[in-house]
Design a protein around this ligand. Structure first.
Ligand SMILES: *[C@@H]1O[C@H](CO)[C@@H](O)[C@H](O)[C@H]1NC(C)=O
Ligand SMILES: *[C@@H]1O[C@H](CO)[C@@H](O)[C@H](O)[C@H]1NC(C)=O
Ligand SMILES: *[C@@H]1O[C@H](CO)[C@@H](O)[C@H](O)[C@H]1NC(C)=O
Ligand SMILES: *[C@@H]1O[C@H](CO)[C@@H](O)[C@H](O)[C@H]1NC(C)=O
Ligand SMILES: *[C@@H]1O[C@H](CO)[C@@H](O)[C@H](O)[C@H]1NC(C)=O
Ligand SMILES: *[C@@H]1O[C@H](CO)[C@@H](O)[C@H](O)[C@H]1NC(C)=O
Ligand SMILES: *[C@@H]1O[C@H](CO)[C@@H](O)[C@H](O)[C@H]1NC(C)=O
Length: 427
């Protein structure tokens, strides 16, 4: 029944997009005009906390904060937020997942959010923002209204965005990055960077992967039922959104209007979210919903999602599939090439969860066997822990972050120990 409804909806959208090509249909022009209104101007909120951006939230929590803009080799401007540490503090980069932003690492608030816990431990905390999200939606000559702007997936985030951010931090601090911490898409792009740009990866001493999104063949999320309609969806994105997946200001505006009316609607909204990435109402703090919906979802390119769908369907971690003919032109082979994992030498600690409907334990274990240097494999000891609990979960600090802080300390003392050995052997 639902499937049939969905098909009708999609064919309606397809009709609209066909009509848009013709440029004669007034309804579709109207729809475009509505979607591309400046929705932020109507955003008058009841809860003042929920309209703060990342630096404002950090400042309000009582920490110093800086913003830095870096440019990638292919011309995107990315914003790095920073909670600076002391002169001899160790730099750490936190990298968000798909549809998310730097805000995710501070949403839980003082004493709970990962960025603050790291700052409390004396680290120099950097929060990255991938191309396309709220803080990194700019390019040296492309406008986000031009679909060429959105011609990227996590591949480009791996080969351009991470190198730009990591080089900036290591140059500024004149020392390697102590730890890279990624959630979901933040891990996908890291593995691509480590495989394709091994020189840059050598500037990173350790990697922590929360819900590593690489092999996604045992997906449980109902989103998989949309896979067969991927070309229709792509077409709709192309015509109404310039290849951006969602005009996110519009989506957030709608969600806020719908979800934040009263308690019962908040519940419906959180239930809807649980339906997508796994049910765990004990870990979800409903009070945070207005803050979360101020930052989530942010934009990502349609190509990014399509690349994930390709990996899920083929069960192969490889480059974007353009179709045989174009693959031959771009890659010189009919199938897209695999990412070479043998080059990934950085020590890696992985954390995963039982009730993560995107990343199954089975897939993480298969991934573990492919990686050369995993120093920790950790299943979160809460059977209902889901994909987003890694950043929004009430007990994420107790269940996940504490362990990671401990590993970071011990990896560091190991390194100091090795260094002392080298020095004393020389003497
Ligand atoms: C475009 O408009 C022409 C003339 O009105 C019509 O014949 C044609 O079928 C339309 N094409 C689409 C894709 O709607
Ligand atoms: C940190 O470094 C700066 C510049 O090198 C220096 O001016 C400052 O005194 C240092 N601060 C501390 C606490 O050592
Ligand atoms: C998008 O940018 C490309 C590259 O600069 C340019 O060739 C193209 O005309 C632009 N398209 C639109 C619709 O502005
Ligand atoms: C997108 O990028 C790919 C590879 O970089 C290129 O082959 C393709 O022509 C681009 N497509 C558009 C529409 O710019
Ligand atoms: C892998 O590492 C080797 C040696 O450092 C290097 O020659 C090769 O180009 C790397 N492969 C890729 C895909 O970067
Ligand atoms: C919540 O809003 C809905 C729709 O506006 C309304 O039907 C319902 O009675 C409201 N519930 C409460 C508890 O206010
Ligand atoms: C839920 O979030 C609110 C607002 O940040 C906070 O005051 C409260 O302590 C949180 N509750 C739990 C159980 O974490």
């Amino acid at each position: 029944m639902k499937l049939i409804g969905l098909m009708y909806l999609l064919s309606f959208c397809n009709y609209l997009s066909a009509a848009t090509i013709n440029g004669t249909d007034e309804i579709s022009m109207l729809i475009r005009r509505i979607i591309w209104t400046d929705w932020n101007q109507f955003d008058i909120e009841l809860n003042p906390d929920s309209i703060l951006d990342t630096p404002e939230m950090v400042r309000k929590a009582g920490y110093p904060v800086e913003s830095h803009v870096v440019m990638t080799e292919d011309g995107y401007f990315l914003t790095l937020h920073r909670i600076p540490g002391g002169n001899d503090s160790l730099p750490v980069l936190l990298q968000h997942g798909g549809l998310c932003s730097s805000a995710d690492w501070v949403v839980l608030g003082k004493g709970k959010a990962f960025a603050y816990l790291l700052a409390d431990q004396g680290y120099d905390v950097w929060l990255g923002n991938f191309r396309g999200n709220t803080y990194s939606k700019a390019h040296i000559f492309l406008s986000p209204l031009n679909s060429t702007f959105w011609n990227f997936s996590f591949h480009e985030m791996g080969i351009y965005d991470l190198p730009a951010m990591i080089t900036f931090i290591t140059n500024m601090r004149s020392q390697p990055l102590h730890t890279y911490i990624g959630h979901s898409m933040g891990t996908t792009s890291f593995f691509i960077m480590a495989s394709e740009r091994s020189k840059i990866a050598q500037m990173v001493q350790m990697m922590v992967g929360l819900a590593p999104a690489v092999l996604v063949n045992h997906l449980q999320s109902p989103l998989q039922y949309l896979f067969p309609f991927k070309s229709e969806i792509k077409r709709v994105m192309q015509l109404f959104f310039h290849d951006e997946f969602f005009q996110s200001d519009f989506v957030r505006f709608l969600l806020k209007k719908i979800c934040l009316q009263n308690i019962s609607l908040e519940e419906i909204c959180s239930n809807f979210m649980f339906m997508i990435w796994g049910d765990d109402r004990e870990q979800f703090n409903n009070t945070l919903l207005p803050v979360i919906l101020n930052h989530f979802p942010t934009s990502v390119s349609a190509k990014t999602l399509l690349h994930y769908v390709q990996i899920a369907e083929s069960d192969k971690f490889r480059k974007f599939d353009y179709g045989r003919v174009k693959n031959l032109l771009i890659y010189n082979s009919m199938n897209p090439p695999y990412y070479d994992l043998s080059n990934i030498t950085v020590p890696i600690a992985l954390s995963y969860a039982d009730n993560d409907w995107f990343i199954s334990i089975e897939d993480v274990k298969r991934w573990y066997h492919l990686l050369p240097n995993v120093v920790d494999m950790y299943e979160v000891p809460w059977s209902k822990f889901n994909h987003m609990d890694f950043i929004w979960g009430k007990d994420a600090s107790k269940l996940v972050y504490d362990r990671i802080l401990k590993i970071m300390r011990s990896e560091n003392s190991k390194r100091v120990h090795q260094w002392n050995n080298i020095v004393s052997n020389q003497n």
